[in-house]
Design a protein. Structure first.
Length: 205
């Protein structure tokens, strides 16, 4: 069923009643603007980031992963924080944890942090550092006002880091307002295979 623009706006306003008053907890007292994940608070979003605006917020939910080492599929919980301080970049923090069939915590999983940037002609740059010992640079473009497609250009592994191949990621806001994504990654045979997928609800912003 196709919704009208007014219906979509009304649905978004109802969802925001639960999240609009929440933001990141301040830490310390620095002489710089604090990071904010709520577009209603803090510094204005830099005008160069308007094509990424829908991502700003704190997102939580569950997903499915495929372990390239064991070959097993598993479920995970995840939190993604997308914030800004008024500069021409978004701050990205993501962490996940393995869960059982009942959704209970089992152990830590993946963790990454980095920055989203976008050029004047809408080329996206995503720089990520992974706790598993690798650094990645993605390039991509917006597909629509609420979806973004990216592919790795460079992947660097530290001496002690886990082996990792190149990857593709597709992010998008789905009709219910949640943030969904899929990641495919090159495996040991050089094939692009499913690695992660998740659907996350907005809890802040």
């Amino acid at each position: 069923m196709t919704r009208s623009g007014n219906e979509a706006i009304s649905d978004a306003e109802q969802r925001a009643q639960q999240t609009a008053g929440k933001n990141l907890t301040p830490v310390g007292d620095l002489p710089v603007p604090p990071d904010t994940a709520n577009l209603r608070e803090g510094p204005d979003l830099h005008s160069g980031l308007l094509a990424l605006l829908p991502m700003v917020g704190v997102w939580e939910g569950q997903g499915e992963g495929h372990d390239p080492v064991t070959g097993d599929d598993y479920q995970f919980g995840q939190q993604i924080i997308v914030s800004h301080d008024g500069g021409n970049y978004l701050v990205w923090q993501a962490r996940s944890w393995v869960i059982d069939d009942d959704g209970a915590y089992v152990r830590p999983d993946l963790r990454e942090s980095g920055f989203w940037r976008i050029s004047e002609d809408d080329e996206i740059e995503l720089l990520l550092t992974h706790a598993e010992g690798s650094i990645e640079l993605y390039y991509g473009r917006p597909l629509t006002q609420t979806s973004w497609n990216l592919t790795t250009d460079v992947t660097i592994r530290s001496e002690t880091g886990s082996h990792t191949g190149g990857a593709k990621r597709l992010f998008g806001l789905v009709p219910d307002g949640d943030l969904a994504y899929v990641e495919e990654r090159v495996d040991a045979e050089g094939e692009l295979t499913p690695r992660l997928s998740a659907k996350l609800r907005r809890v802040v912003g």
